[in-house]
Design a protein around this ligand. Structure first.
Ligand code: ATP
Ligand code: MG
Length: 166
């Protein structure tokens, strides 16, 4: 299955982590690779340490001072790791968190992302998250969910909250 979580509403990454927990509970081996994110603390990182679900932050963070070239190099490295892990046969599910952002911000090309789908063995579930999934990705996927923004506390100035956002 090629699974995509996109849209402007909250819940894309947390739904992917929910899927990872379900898959693990069903005996699948799960790897989560996070494009973009890096260096920050997230509750899920500590929680997943308790389970044999591997999660690797490969990016340079949303807010770090890193310049574009640094972000681009990190994304290229994450893409390389993604390719290797997809072909490794070691996993039943690989989650590529925020890969859509990496494409949107031109850290990787859309063709490079779509190439991951092409090399994906049929028995491997690939989950791709992030706003602005491209029409080509949506077309190529088996299961696409769009989170719709109805209301978010950010709109009335509430900052990110521990346990809800991180
Ligand atoms: P989550 O990680 O909570 O599942 P997400 O993956 O759907 O959220 P992203 O687009 O990756 O959301 O955004 C990352 C952060 O921005 C999250 O902490 C999330 O709470 C916050 N966020 C998501 N949607 C909105 C929104 N519509 N307005 C403001 N902040 C948002
Ligand atoms: Mg997310």
């Amino acid at each position: 299955m090629i699974i995509v979580h996109t849209g402007d509403g909250k819940g894309k990454t947390t739904a992917a982590i929910g899927l990872a927990v379900r898959a693990f509970g069903s005996g699948l081996k799960v790897l989560i690779l996070q494009f973009i994110k890096g260096g920050q603390t997230y509750g899920e990182l500590d929680a997943l340490k308790l389970l044999p679900i591997e999660i690797r932050q490969c990016g340079r963070g949303f807010t770090s001072s890193g310049n574009f070239d640094e972000h681009k190099a990190a994304a290229a490295e994450t893409l390389k790791v993604a390719r290797e892990e997809i072909l490794s046969g070691a996993w039943d599910m690989i989650i590529l968190d925020e890969i859509n952002y990496a494409v949107k911000f031109a850290l990787i090309t859309e063709a490079e992302m779509l190439d991951l789908l092409k090399i994906c063995p049929p028995e491997l579930h690939l989950v791709l998250t992030g706003r602005n999934a491209t029409p080509e990705l949506i077309d190529a996927a088996d299961l696409v969910t769009e989170m719709t923004l109805v209301k978010h506390p950010f709109q009335r100035g509430v900052k990110a909250q521990r346990g809800i956002e991180f």
